[in-house]
Design a protein around this ligand. Structure first.
Ligand code: F6R
Length: 622
């Protein structure tokens, strides 16, 4: 959700910024821009559209322009046009900045700044921040008339004054015309990382834009700022208290963020699932003793096993994994569980009895709604755990303890390998809590044996990509699809529908199959595709009945069935087979053909699979 990259060093900033922006383009791609501070002037370039458009308009590289900031936007306030694209220069011409996040009180601040004589060019909330900093920098005094102390850096001070006025979220990189050797980064609610190289610094929204240059980084916490001045940097809070920066090793590698022969990241990430899931499970399952070892939360498992209630909270695909988690905790651990949309939970004044455990599930670890739900749960005294992929992300750091997904960077906007790993992590936790409560060691051991077999079974599904492509092609002219499942495959039906709509723009609805007859069955018309996840499971016979109901009304059935289930043939216009497994783990298998189907449908419809319309990875705004 907007990507920021800033460079200060001895190399030319321009190509580094462009490369970095390309790596961050999955975070937003409706407009882009960069600003260099060179020879006492800002050189600003911006345009609507993709980074490629920006690249085309840039002049030849200036080798000695080593300071600059760049941005790729996902519009919140104002159309995605050139004027609204970042960077934004303030009304005095002294300040330029890029911003990820939302300034919630921008309208009030804008009104005040206009009264004070500031001018605005764009419709963005970000320009308010630029003008506010410019205002304090120029006036050199606070709103109540106190001057900038003589021992303070005025640029830094002006940034702090402005932030005192701002409500909202931000990751920002800021330059000041009078300070050609200074770059400031600030973070609150939007990610910001400082890469520390040899004689060079890179500030970015995520490590993908840094790893090519250095593996050493400082992960800023909320309310912190970094000031890079010449060859050194210092970190402090926005309230001007010193913070000791901790250098950490970035845990991703360059090959993990390259396409490596695939056409799309989504395609690569679907194909990676046998390996990514294996990494997720690796070292966490002690088959000999039928136990699960989850380093991040091991010391808390006793306490967790005693809980009376688990609340899972997440958004989108992660919410679907959470719904699987709800069923897993109830059935395997016999702990009452419920999954909550983070965006609703945060505003619902939730009742959290003592000892309730809240599990926040998030690939990015930066989703604003999930983050707010975590804050809410912590304030109310719940134990908050994270099931997060991005190491060092805000949610990972805010939770009391957690389990990383360990699937490597997920760059395709449509989440795939994170989903299977989220379900795997929740499965491990549910089995371990179950074992500590009532499951026999033998049952736990058998479940764990089955769990470790899942990655190999996914491989067999990937081999059917061509068959699935043909099914997608045969139905590609259909604009309305249904996805139906029961039990553990009900969340998969929701996930299949989400995958299809977000990248192919085909309208799709996911439902528990039995709910269809309470209304949605009215939608069935001749030839309408209805995808049934009808594997051998507790509700198998029931879902066959639901398939018949659709067929009787002319619907075209695409059935995900269990290998060897020949009896399902007469009920299906198209069949995809998945290997057999216990009901609990079926979502990790049955979601995969639906991911592949959505991928092929989007390609067949000619869409940019990794950069779907109106979307961006990592939703860091409300
Ligand atoms: C869908 C998708 C989104 C995310 C959601 C939560 O394919 O990617 O629905 O699952 O925005 O994101 P994270 O998991 O990063 O919190």
């Amino acid at each position: 959700m907007c990507g920021i990259v800033a460079y200060f060093g001895r190399k030319s900033a321009q190509p580094i910024l462009i490369e970095g922006l390309k790596r961050l383009e999955y975070r937003g791609y409706d407009s882009a821009g960069l600003a260099l501070l060179h020879n006492g002037a800002f050189e600003v370039f911006k345009t609507s559209g993709r980074i490629a458009n920006l690249e085309e308009m840039l002049p030849a590289v200036t080798p000695d322009a080593g300071l600059g900031i760049g941005h790729t936007r996902w519009a919140t306030h104002g159309l995605p046009n050139t004027i609204n694209a970042h960077p934004h220069v303030d009304y005095t011409g002294k300040i330029v900045l890029v911003h990820n996040g939302i300034i919630e009180n921008y309208a009030t601040l804008k009104k005040w700044l206009l009264k004070e004589g500031c001018t605005f060019k764009s419709e963005t909330d970000t320009e308010v921040a630029a003008n506010l900093i410019g205002y304090f920098y120029q006036k050199n005094r606070t709103r109540d008339g106190r001057n900038c102390p003589s021992d303070c850096n005025r640029f830094e001070w002006a940034v702090q004054q402005a932030l005192n006025e701002i409500y909202g979220t931000y990751g920002m990189a800021i330059l000041c015309l009078d300070c050609p050797d200074t770059l400031i980064g600030i973070k609150k609610g939007s990610p910001l990382i400082l890469g520390v190289g040899k004689n060079e610094f890179i500030i970015a929204s995520d490590a993908a834009a840094i790893i090519e240059h250095t593996s050493q980084a400082v992960y800023l916490s909320d309310g912190e700022m970094v000031t890079i001045c010449g060859d050194s940097f210092s970190t402090k809070t926005i309230a001007n208290e010193k913070v000791d920066a901790e250098l950490k090793e970035i845990e991703i590698s360059l090959d993990q963020i390259e396409l490596e022969g695939f056409t799309h990241y989504m395609q690569k990430e679907i194909a990676e699932q046998p390996a990514s899931l294996e990494t997720c499970l690796n070292g966490r399952i002690d088959l000999k003793n039928g136990r699960v070892v989850l380093g991040g939360i091991q010391s808390r498992l006793r306490e967790l096993a005693r809980t009376k209630r688990i609340i899972l909270t997440a958004c989108g695909t992660a919410w679907h994994a959470g719904l699987v988690g709800e069923f897993l905790f109830e059935q395997l651990a016999r702990i009452p569980a419920e999954v909550e949309y983070a965006s609703e939970f945060r505003y619902r004044n939730p009742i959290l009895e003592e000892g309730t455990i809240v599990i926040a599930i998030s690939q990015s670890g930066e989703t604003a709604d999930t983050l707010a739900a975590v804050e809410q749960a912590k304030e109310r005294g719940a134990i908050v755990l994270g099931a997060v992929n991005v190491v060092g992300s805000t949610i990972a750091r805010m939770t009391d303890a957690g389990v990383y997904l360990r699937v490597g960077p997920e760059i395709g906007v449509a989440s795939t390998k994170a989903f299977t790993a989220q379900v795997a992590v929740l499965s491990m936790l549910a089995i371990e809590l179950g074992r500590r409560r009532h499951l026999s060691n033998e049952v736990a051991e058998n479940l764990l044996k089955e769990l470790v077999a899942i990655p190999g079974k996914i491989k067999r599904i990937l081999d059917q990509s061509d068959v699935i492509r043909e099914i997608a092609a045969a139905n590609i002219d259909k604009d309305n699809w249904l996805f139906l499942g029961r039990g553990f495959n009900y969340p998969v039906a929701l996930e299949g529908a989400l995958k299809l709509k977000e990248i192919s723009y085909i309208h799709a609805e996911g439902l528990p199959a039995a709910e269809m007859k309470h209304g949605p069955i009215a939608l069935i018309t001749d030839g309408m595709p209805a995808v049934f996840v009808a594997t051998r499971c507790a509700q198998y016979d029931k879902i066959i009945g639901n398939i018949e109901e659709v067929r009787a009304r002319g619907g075209r059935t695409i059935v995900v069935a269990t290998e060897g289930d020949d009896a399902i043939g007469p009920y299906a216009d198209h069949i995809v087979y998945v290997p057999d497994t216990v009901d609990y783990f079926q979502p990790m298998l049955t979601a995969v053909p639906l991911q592949i189907m959505a991928y092929h449908a989007a390609v067949l419809r000619g869409h940019d699979v990794d950069k779907p319309r109106n979307l961006a990875k990592s939703v860091t705004v409300e």
